[in-house]
Write a protein that binds this ligand. Structure first.
Ligand SMILES: *Cc1c(COP(=O)(O)O)cnc(C)c1O
Length: 369
């Protein structure tokens, strides 16, 4: 395969070290590896992160957790999305940790744990302003009591999630401060009810950077550990490096004449006699078609602009009238030290998460470092 995603594990490790410096020694680090570790490959990234001192992993659903267990990963794994009642036996047997938000589901979990005759660790999710999963803050103590009154359930943690922790606007910072206060209050109400809340955690990447008072006992930064700033303006200033690089090969060079067109829709016409390079990477690989005529590819240390629309499996660059690039040279589409996923996302009104998550599974991941 010409097109490959090179996964720089040395960058993952140094990003983890950076996070560790920010938070100090007490809080644990949870690496969100949902969506195949944001497209980087959940099993290798989990292994590498655990070896570098990360203590927890988080995925969206049971399937993703089961994949990690099949891969031999024994670390604690949080299930961030609401799971289905019928998935509880599998969750219990795989030792995954669901987040729960309501009494009905706590009852379901207690029943399933009784039937399996095994204990089940849970984290209680509290909604402090995200408006997604989580109980109301004033119900937190009641939910915690309900969990701790079941013999088979164990309240192992309490969590919340931020909606605007990644921006520097005064209003958003105030909103997040309020989320942190409401969350702290809810955790206190659990303690006042005589219940140990376990691991208290809230911070995503935005909060890791902008809200020191949100670290509690564990942080859950995904984007940051994959090497992107949650705030566009700080990209390149945080001492973190993108983990993913997308590479291909210049497979063909051809001469075209002034006035001739390139690719679907004839959106690019040669302004002079030139050479066109063909690269076998297209939108089906996850190279966003929205970047047609609006991105450059690095070949032999030089950036060449795209010529025409990105196709499903290929794209073209303008190599100029006297190309230095040679057939079979490596072609970097994005990566550390060059245009990265955050730069690309900005041009098409997307976020870096969407770029790395969209690298298709047909693109082999190659792990280095
Ligand atoms: C995905 C996710 C995170 C990580 O978010 P980033 O923005 O990548 O840091 C943290 N917590 C929850 C609940 C999530 O779903």
């Amino acid at each position: 395969m010409a097109t490959k995603a090179i996964i720089h594990l040395e960058n993952l490790r140094s990003n983890i070290e950076r996070a560790r410096k920010l938070i100090g020694t007490h809080p644990k680090i949870c690496l969100p590896v949902k969506a195949d570790a944001y497209g980087h490959g959940a099993i290798p990234l989990s292994r590498s992160a655990l070896a570098a001192g990360v203590e927890y992993l988080a995925v969206a659903g049971v399937q993703e957790g089961a994949e990690l267990r099949r891969g031999g990963i024994e670390a604690p794994i949080l299930l961030l999305s609401q799971v289905l009642p019928e998935e509880l036996p599998e969750i219990i047997n795989l030792g995954l940790i669901p987040l729960v938000s309501d009494e009905e589901f706590i009852d379901e979990a207690a029943g399933a744990a009784e039937r399996e005759n095994k204990s089940l660790a849970l984290h209680l999710k509290i909604d402090t302003g995200m408006g997604r999963l989580g109980c109301r803050p004033e119900e937190a103590a009641l939910m915690a009591k309900k969990i701790s009154s079941s013999k088979k359930l164990k309240l192992e943690g309490v969590a919340t999630h931020f909606s605007v922790s990644d921006t520097q606007s005064g209003e958003d910072q105030g909103y997040t401060k309020n989320q942190i206060e409401v969350f702290s209050g809810a955790v206190s109400s659990i303690r006042e009810a005589g219940i140990d809340p376990g691991l208290v955690h809230a911070a995503n990447s935005g909060a890791l950077i902008f809200h020191e008072d949100s670290y509690f006992d564990m942080v859950r930064p995904g984007l940051y550990l994959y090497g992107y700033s949650p705030s566009r303006s700080l990209q390149g200033q945080l001492g973190i490096e993108p983990v993913m690089e997308l590479k291909s090969v210049l497979v063909n060079i051809k001469k075209i004449k002034k006035g001739e067109d390139v690719s679907y829709g004839r959106t690019w016409t040669a302004p002079k006699d030139t050479y066109i390079g063909v690269i076998p990477t297209g939108y089906a690989d996850g190279f966003p078609r929205g970047l047609s005529n609006n991105h450059s590819i690095l070949i032999g240390g030089r950036a060449y602009p795209l010529a025409g629309r990105i196709c499903m499996d290929q794209c073209m660059v303008d190599l100029g009238s006297d190309p230095e690039a040679q057939r079979w040279d490596e072609a970097v589409i994005f990566g550390p030290g060059f245009i990265n996923a955050a730069d690309m996302a900005e041009k098409i009104n997307a976020i870096p998460y969407e770029i790395t998550c969209s690298i298709n599974k047909r693109v082999p991941r190659e792990y280095v470092g």
